[in-house]
Design a protein around this ligand. Structure first.
Ligand code: KIV
Length: 262
């Protein structure tokens, strides 16, 4: 699974992955926010619609942003249902046992739900920062318990983020639904990374769990620099990159003089 936030990234990702996630990470990756908390339903709908217009063959999952699934089951169903009406196949939401009521409400409306446990970015303030979770016995056992509550509530898959590899392995072997890891070691059923991280587009510093496969930012900047140099030297555009006027018009252009009013 990887993320896509617009038609360009969706068209690149779709032939390669099984699942495309329109993540609320759009907030920090594309919109310049420090974290995902300011991301709204309106923003998510805008980005989901762009991805959905490409009609991806991959499963399309839309991320429920902060406060879109916390207030009431009605509100949660309306928000998640709106995602499906815009082309999503399923929704993802963060949190453990506290979210079971909302997950059941969605599943009862035939809305497939992917859970998300561990270092859940929308809980950054409650967690005291972006910190690896499940590192003591109480937290680790609570996470396993949460994972089973989410499975019981009807989630079809779980993202496990920022937890020790051994804990993710234990969760994965004990569940019947697939787990998708990000910073959760190699034993999950699948893996997810943010598109801009895998392709080196996000900046100069990446978390430990990211492997950058292409220095995309550098590569794109090199291309753009060559174009800018050609513009400055006059090498761009060449005749084959320009339009020509019909022969009969040449004389009119040459004979034209500005009128007094212009
Ligand atoms: O928003 C997101 O991109 C995510 C993934 C990193 C799992 O939730």
């Amino acid at each position: 699974m990887t993320t896509a936030y617009d038609a360009v990234t969706a068209r690149i990702a779709d032939p390669v992955v099984d699942v495309i996630l329109v993540g609320d990470s759009v907030g920090n990756v594309c919109l310049g926010f420090d974290d995902t908390l300011p991301v709204s339903m309106a923003m998510m709908n805008h980005h989901l619609e762009a991805v959905a217009r490409t009609r991806p063959r991959a499963m399309l999952v839309a991320d429920m942003p902060f406060l879109s699934f916390h207030l009431s089951p009605d509100d949660t169903i309306r928000n998640a249902g709106g995602f499906l009406q815009r082309g999503a196949d399923a929704v993802k939401l963060e949190g453990g046992g506290k979210r079971v009521e909302m997950i059941r409400a969605l599943v009862n409306c035939e809305i497939p739900v992917m859970g998300h446990l561990g270092l859940t970015p929308q809980s950054v303030n409650a967690m005291g920062g972006f910190k690896v979770q499940g590192r003591n016995a109480d937290d680790a056992l609570r996470l396993l318990d949460d994972a089973h509550q989410l499975q019981q509530a009807g989630c079809f898959a779980l993202v496990l983020e920022g937890i020790p590899a051994e804990l993710a392995a234990r969760a994965t072997e004990s569940l019947t639904i697939p787990t998708i890891g990000i910073g959760a070691g190699p034993s999950c059923s699948g893996q997810v990374l943010v598109f801009h991280d895998v392709l080196g587009l996000a900046g100069s510093h990446y978390p430990k769990f990211v492997r950058v496969y292409v220095e995309g930012r550098q590569l794109l900047q090199e291309g753009l620099s060559r174009w800018a140099a050609d513009v400055r030297s006059g090498a761009f555009p060449a005749p084959q990159e320009s339009y020509r006027i019909p022969d009969g018009l040449r004389e009119s252009l040459v004979n034209w003089t500005p009128s007094k009013s212009s």
